[in-house]
Design a protein around this ligand. Structure first.
Ligand SMILES: [Zn+2]
Length: 192
């Protein structure tokens, strides 16, 4: 095995849910599919050059602040999500017309993730002029615990807090929910 070959396998192995075996299989496959390999390499380079996180909401964007944050016509609501990829999924439902805020994870003592590791202070600084905060963390134990924590913090500020309805199966995630289920969960949100 050559040095460069080994190095590529090692970098792929650092990705979530890719083990040594899969990494080796991918590299062998790419050696046979050179065109695809080039496409992936260029794609990574382009995304790394152009795409960044929005400094306001934490979503993925090519311009900072992002299009949603710059849109003054949106409803004065903030939907709090775990992951940047949850934003396009909720946008696709077409039932929500407010702003977003990405936490960048959930509170998880087992993984050593506390509130200070999430973008919660940034959220607190965005509340002025807002009418409602909708908590759309995933229906997992950590997602629920994070929702409870956020509710305490937000209620101190006197803002209306709602949680998306339990239409989503427990343990599932926003980004895997189908559009109809997610629309219902958003529309059926309850005040906390
Ligand atoms: Zn933004």
């Amino acid at each position: 095995m050559t040095e460069s070959f080994k190095k590529l396998i090692e970098s792929l192995e650092a990705l979530p849910s890719i083990g040594k075996k899969t990494a080796r299989r991918i590299v062998f496959y790419l050696l046979k599919k050179r065109e695809l390999a080039e496409k992936i390499a260029n794609g990574i380079k382009e995304v790394m050059e152009k795409v960044r996180f929005c400094s306001v909401c934490g979503g993925i964007t090519e311009e900072d602040p992002c299009k949603i944050c710059r849109d003054e016509k949106r409803e004065k609501k903030i939907c709090v999500v775990e992951d940047p990829m949850d934003i396009p999924v909720i946008e696709q439902t077409g039932v929500y017309h407010g702003y977003y805020h990405v936490l960048g994870g959930v509170i998880s003592p087992v993984d050593g993730i506390g509130p200070e590791d999430l973008r919660i202070d940034e959220l607190m600084e965005r509340l002025e002029g807002m009418e409602e905060v909708i908590i759309a963390t995933n229906p997992t134990a950590e997602g629920e615990a994070t929702a409870i924590y956020l509710t305490h913090r937000l209620k101190e500020k006197g803002i209306k807090v709602t949680r998306i309805a339990r239409g989503l199966p427990p343990g599932s995630s926003i980004d895997l929910a189908d559009s109809i289920t997610l629309s219902r969960a958003l529309e059926g949100r309850k005040e906390l």
